[in-house]
Design a binder for this molecule. Structure first.
Ligand code: G6P
Length: 438
């Protein structure tokens, strides 16, 4: 590596970018970033310019010698990069609104990363990430690709299966959010908590929970059955779990499990939002407009606290600690999406899983987690099958496989409805699904 790192962020015009910049600034001593390139597409030009100008002001205020470059030319940016992070949203928030509203109009869950919405976000994103992988191969073959783009599990699966990129990890803020939630529950510092994570992205379980290296799983279960406990992630307002469920399931569920273990409640809640034009994408569109108004203010030179209203809050902590551990060969334990390689028995060895890993300069080494507890194993296997069929649908542009994916997904689970949804959603997202219209 030349002196200092070169990092490229694709989807750099995202409203989340100030989080990332703040994270890099905080760690500058350990992680000397020479250049941060923010890349976007023509449709994101205005956002890129606004957020890029804020990033420049933040770096100036912090007094760190990090150059910020803004470009729409991905290949130019990628040249000799050390790390590439991806955080793009194909079709922007308008597409997310369709992913939410169309399934809801048929009475089933409409969500960014689950069910029909998750499938279509995957179908739009996978061909693009595979193009990015080709560019990485040519422009910066030694770089690490760290993907935050949702659905992160499906996207990591597609990269592992259909690209030549081996140095890839998928990253999510759910595990870090769960650790922080547990730390708050136990009223201790986050750094004293460690969870053994195993499962899939947005379908991850905590198999054990440690405070200073000693298991506190039973104590946590007791506290979680306290009705005053609140959900860990801001965009999912879960009802409390039934104490009977918490005491018998044998693992700590993640916030996204609400969609699977409380489906009727979550659908009813979303249907109300649907009727009042308050689905999450619609709320986020307004939040984003407010954020960009703030970002335009030339006197603003820090990350505004309002950004923490987004569900992805703290994702930069996860990203920066991961990049830091690779760069400095820290060999600490962090949860990432990576190739299973036998870590979780019962899931395919070559598939992407979300699992606690030792992070080294050569990449993640997954910890052996054995078999998942019986009560959760079947659901995880079903969702992995869904993700794999969805990846095939995306790369082949196959309507039939898209229908199959939804038929096996427990949030749709009907061949007829799957067909109706797929046909309506392919048409609605036509512009971003070229392979389906070959
Ligand atoms: C959670 C998930 C992220 C997702 C985010 C959405 O944090 O872990 O994967 O991107 O929520 O938040 P939003 O504010 O866009 O609903």
């Amino acid at each position: 590596m030349a002196s200092g790192l070169k990092i490229v962020t694709i989807g750099g015009g995202s409203s989340y970018t100030p989080e990332l910049v703040e994270g890099f600034i905080k760690r500058y001593d350990e992680l000397p970033i020479r250049e941060l390139w923010l890349v976007d597409v023509e449709a994101g030009r205005e956002k890129l310019e606004i957020v890029g100008a804020l990033a420049k002001r933040m770096v100036k205020k912090a007094g760190v010698p990090m150059e910020i470059h803004l470009t729409l030319n991905r290949r130019e940016a990628l040249k000799d990069a050390d790390f590439v992070t991806t955080q793009m949203r194909i079709g922007q928030l308008a597409a997310r609104a369709k992913d939410e509203r169309i399934p809801l109009s048929h009475g089933v869950l409409g969500q960014e990363t689950n069910g029909a919405g998750g499938l279509f976000k995957g179908l739009r994103t996978i061909p693009v990430i595979l193009e990015i992988c080709k560019d990485i191969e040519e422009c910066c073959p030694n770089a690490w690709l760290i993907n935050f783009t949702n659905p992160a599990g499906m996207v990591t699966e597609a990269v592992l299966r259909y690209s030549n990129i081996k140095k890839v990890m998928g990253l999510c803020n759910v595990p870090i959010g769960m650790e922080m939630g547990i730390a708050k529950l136990l009223e201790v510092e986050h750094s004293r908590i460690r969870i053994d994570f195993a499962g899939l992205n947005h379908m991850v379980y905590g198999l054990d929970i440690y405070l200073d290296g000693v298991s506190v799983k039973d104590r946590v279960t007791d506290l979680l059955t306290d009705p005053n406990n609140s959900s860990f992630v801001k965009n999912i307002q879960g009802e409390e779990w039934a104490p009977e469920f918490l005491r018998t399931v044998g693992a700590l569920a993640c916030p996204y499990h609400h969609y699977y273990y409380k489906t009727p409640v979550m659908v009813a809640k979303e249907l109300k939002e649907f009727e009042s034009n308050e689905t999450r994408a619609e709320v986020v569109q307004r939040l984003e407009a407010e954020l960009f108004e703030l970002y335009k203010d030339e006197t603003l030179d820090i990350k505004p606290p309002q950004l923490e209203k987004r569900g992805g809050a703290y994702y930069s902590d996860a990203a920066c600690r991961l990049i830091n551990s690779i760069y400095n060969d820290k060999r600490d334990i962090q949860p990432v999406n990576t190739m299973n390689r036998g870590a979780i028995i019962g899931l395919p060895a070559e598939s992407a899983v979300e699992v606690s890993c030792v992070i080294t300069k050569d990449g993640p080494i997954p910890l052996a987690m054995g078999e998942l507890p019986v009560p959760v194993r079947g659901l995880v296997q079903t969702i992995k099958s869904f993700e794999r069929v969805a990846c095939e649908a995306a790369v082949e542009g196959s309507r039939e496989k898209a229908i199959l994916a939804l038929t096996i997904n427990p949030l749709v689970a009907s061949d007829q409805l799957a067909k109706t949804l797929v046909d309506e959603m392919i048409e609605a997202h036509k512009e971003y699904l070229p392979l389906f219209f070959k």
